[in-house]
Design a binder for this molecule. Structure first.
Ligand SMILES: [Zn+2]
Length: 276
């Protein structure tokens, strides 16, 4: 059996993690790890408890997919991903708690306050027309205080050369290409900064509203230039929204802006990070 789509290095890492297996592996090793996991998680073990039965079935499916991924990896004779940061974590088989509670919780990665990026974000490097890359994390070089973005399967890049890609901001309508089936819907770094500022300085509301209207306008042209009608619609809607707020009094304006930022932030903040 082969996977439904070509697995990525991240899929391979996830599969190794799910099966609690350490590379290098052969088919027999994959089968052994898979059997051990399935024995612990089989839905039959939870008969009578619908919620657990369902969770166990989901997990069994994930384990089957992990096995397919690793078998494919071996057949293709690909290099195993290096362990380390973001790599294979040790999973012990003798953990006391029963399946399916051990289904890996997809953590919400923290947002870097310096860049507005977080692990899993899709980005492109200057001049912003190359392949999509995935953020692994950010760090500051203590020698010159420069900020660097670590990238999956790519050398780190200075933060000022990295820009969010394939996303659309639900607060201001800013967006970036390339056009993809499912762009990330997330507040843009400018909105994250504006939210923080607005919380501290309510008198900045009018300036922030104007900035949002400008970003919405830029988002509209960007969406049109990459030919994505949905992103263009969102940007247009945000531009109209920002313009309607023009005559609002300071308190109403601050409340409206905070509301828009917060709902954008919450929706995004709660969403688990997609694996690269
Ligand atoms: Zn924004």
């Amino acid at each position: 059996m082969s996977p439904r789509r070509t697995p990525t290095v991240a899929d391979c890492r996830r599969a190794l993690w799910l099966l609690g297996a350490q590379p290098p592996l052969d088919h027999a090793g994959v089968l052994k790890a898979w059997r051990a996991r399935v024995a612990q998680s089989h839905p039959d073990r939870h008969v009578g408890d619908e919620r657990r039965e369902q969770a166990a079935a989901t997990l069994t499916r994930a384990l089957n997919e992990a096995r397919e991924t690793l078998d494919w990896w071996i057949d293709e004779d690909l290099d195993w991903p290096a362990p380390g940061a973001g790599g294979v974590r040790e999973v012990r088989f003798d953990e006391p708690e029963p399946w399916p509670e051990r289904e890996p919780a997809e953590a919400v990665a923290p947002v870097c306050p310096l860049t507005g990026l977080r692990r899993g974000d899709q980005v492109r490097l200057r001049p912003y027309d190359g392949d999509l890359l995935v953020v692994e994390g950010t760090e500051v070089d203590q020698r010159d205080r420069s900020v660097w973005v670590r990238l999956v399967d790519h050398p780190a890049a200075r933060a000022d050369r990295v820009r969010l890609a394939a996303f659309s901001c639900p607060a201001c309508g800013a967006c970036a290409g390339p056009a993809v089936d499912e762009p990330t819907i997330r507040p843009c770094p400018d909105c994250l900064v504006d939210l923080r500022r607005l919380e501290q300085r309510p008198d900045e509301a009018a300036r922030i509203r104007r900035a949002i209207e400008a970003r919405a306008r830029a988002g509209e042209s960007m969406a049109e230039s990459i030919g994505d009608g949905r992103l263009a619609d969102r940007a247009r809607e945000r531009r109209r929204w920002a313009r309607r707020l023009g005559p609002a009094g300071p308190e109403d304006l601050q409340a409206a802006l905070l509301g828009a930022f917060s709902s954008a932030w919450e929706r995004w903040g709660e969403r688990p990070v997609r694996e690269a």
